[in-house]
Design a protein around this ligand. Sequence first.
Ligand SMILES: C[S@@+](CC[C@H](N)C(=O)[O-])C[C@H]1O[C@@H](n2cnc3c(N)ncnc32)[C@H](O)[C@@H]1O
Length: 388
Amino acid sequence: MTQSDDAGHPSGGHLPGGHVPVMLEELVAAVATDRDGQYVDATYGRGGHARRLLAELSPRARLLVVDRDADAIADARRLALRDSRVSVSPGRFGDLADHLGVVEPSAGEREGLAPRRREPSAGEREGRAPRKREPSAGEREGRAPRKRMPMEPCGVMFDVGVSSPQLDEPRRGFSFALDGPLDMRMDQRDALTASTWLNTASMAEVAAVIRDYGEERFARRIARRVVAERPLETTAELASVVRAAVPGGHAARNTATRVFQAIRIHVNDELNELARGLDAAFDALPAGGRLATITFHSLEHRLVRRRFRQWVRGADVPRRLPVRGLAPGRARPVPGVGNGQRPSPQEIEANPRARSAFLQAVEKEPSAGEREGRVPRKKTQPASGDVP
Ligand SMILES: C[S@@+](CC[C@H](N)C(=O)[O-])C[C@H]1O[C@@H](n2cnc3c(N)ncnc32)[C@H](O)[C@@H]1O
């Protein structure tokens, strides 16, 4: 696909809030197959990948952007005001199936106005039951009521983890290098903060999270120290507990990185979210549709690799079934990405936060029925998608 300049994409530069998109060209090239297609950016952040993708697409294309962070959504809404191809759906990408049922924002919503509430009728104000809605002209003519237009994306991209604005804002509590409240919630409406969890979890639980998600060998020592020093309220307090727990202290910086990352993964339920998001995205794709991910943590790389491999090779059929070998694959690797791609050395030099990034992508294959020329069965639309 050729690149147009009309979306004013930031071409690898800094975005609002200081985020530098990682593997910008590579991720967009991995998902973009149709200039007129519908796409999903499941992790909008500050829209680096979204804007770059939009620059590739025609005016007929659509892009649904999702994020669970209120600041990211505010930025996305500003983009949607300027670009009518963009719809915004706040929330978790694990609920992608629900996000795909959203309607385009109204003109009012595009201008930042809250959706208008219907005023109660005089009868309703007096306590009488609401009047039944008259059938629309289309309904009187026997046409079915209009449904919300669900998205049928030909490409879904995920760039998981935290954005630089999240990391660099002390009040969000993601960074051990900046003092702030021990928060770490990506969605500020969630009840569980890092401090609530750390101050109430058992020592075994804290150790398990630090060991499993941080792959940290001093997990037990750190957990013991955390429990001894509680309550912990700030990132500086946690960082100092980690420093004191690690022998020698020389590797304390790396240890603190792993501990903070582990707690963040736990507080935001990141691995479950990723598994649910990938399954929902793959499910929503038609044959030829693509799913591409950038992950930053070995557990995430592995989770994605296993799923993609399973889709490519086909599921192992249980031995007791009278079938030998593997069920047919439902996906193939995306040319150019193969089994995965790392950022170039130049990108890592320019943006050290890219160093652990790993891009993986698959393309969905037609089902056995589609290969035999049978028409794919239409997916059932979510009932909540009905509009009068
Ligand atoms: C690395 S940033 C994405 C940056 C983006 N690609 C860009 O170029 O600006 C990751 C974003 O994903 C969001 N995020 C992480 N997990 C999420 C989830 N389960 N559901 C929705 N958004 C999530 C974070 O809030 C963050 O804004």
